[in-house]
Design a binder for this molecule. Structure first.
Ligand SMILES: [Zn+2]
Length: 245
């Protein structure tokens, strides 16, 4: 089962991975959500050409709990939109891969999903061990910036008062942008800067946050970009980048 199809992932890398595992079959291909750093459409199509017999589960088409069987073990795909409208958490062998969802807060770095839906999704996710009678002991994020072993799953969803949290995050975000610009000047790679400029537009203003998904060996690039309604901030960021170039 292939989970996540980042841009420029060669089909050969999947071949090699399967061979290394002694597993000639690829039965299922899916992704935690449809953002391009997790589900690149070109890679998705290349996979369909290379592995036409696999089952392709597009995150936007999944609903509720999907239970698959992999080597007589269950794999669950739990739909829980919070970071994006089609977030799916994958659970296998007691390990939950939460994509880009931050489970310990109701807020999200993106605001693509209304807060009431975020809350409902997290309640649904929180309830998973009870309804499935399946224990989760470990969770990690797609960018590998968050890995928690021996988790108390329920505790992952005990939020602070939401309004208070939002106020605290607003000031933390402002500080984060500053730190992010500095970080980007020092560390960003051309591909990140290119993406940054490509995605800028009326609906997608981008700025660097303070590195919460930085250092991702899963994607082989360091990146966190978040849309911001603050154009001035985006301009300042791009100005800083140009000066640095
Ligand atoms: Zn995402």
């Amino acid at each position: 089962m292939l989970l996540e199809l980042p841009p420029e992932m060669p089909v050969e890398a999947v071949d090699q991975g399967l061979n290394a595992l002694g597993s000639p079959d690829l039965r299922c291909v899916t992704a935690s959500h449809s953002h391009e750093d997790h589900l690149d459409v070109d890679v998705w199509n290349a996979m369909i050409d290379a592995y036409p017999d696999a089952e392709y589960l597009s995150p936007d088409e999944l609903e509720g709990d999907t239970r698959l069987e992999l080597g007589e073990e269950p794999v669950w795909l739990i739909k829980a939109p919070k970071h994006s409208p089609d977030d799916v958490v994958t659970v296998f062998r007691g390990v939950a891969m939460t994509g880009d969802i931050e489970t310990t807060k109701l807020d999200s770095n993106l605001r693509e999903v209304p807060v009431e839906q975020r809350r409902a999704s997290m309640d649904y996710l929180r309830d998973f061990p009870r309804r499935s009678e399946y224990h989760i002991h470990t969770k990690f994020s797609a960018h590998l910036n968050s890995l928690h072993r021996n988790v108390d799953w329920n505790h992952q969803f005990s939020y602070w008062d939401y309004a208070q949290r939002l106020a605290e995050e607003a000031s933390a975000t402002a500080a984060g942008r500053k730190a992010g610009r500095k970080w980007a000047q020092d560390r960003a790679e051309p591909i990140q800067l290119q993406r940054l400029s490509e995605r800028r537009g009326p609906e997608h203003d981008w700025y660097f946050g303070s590195g919460s998904s930085a250092d991702s060996s899963a994607e082989k690039f360091f990146l966190i970009i978040e849309p911001s309604a603050d154009r001035e901030d985006a301009e300042a960021f791009l100005g800083a980048i140009r000066q640095g170039a």
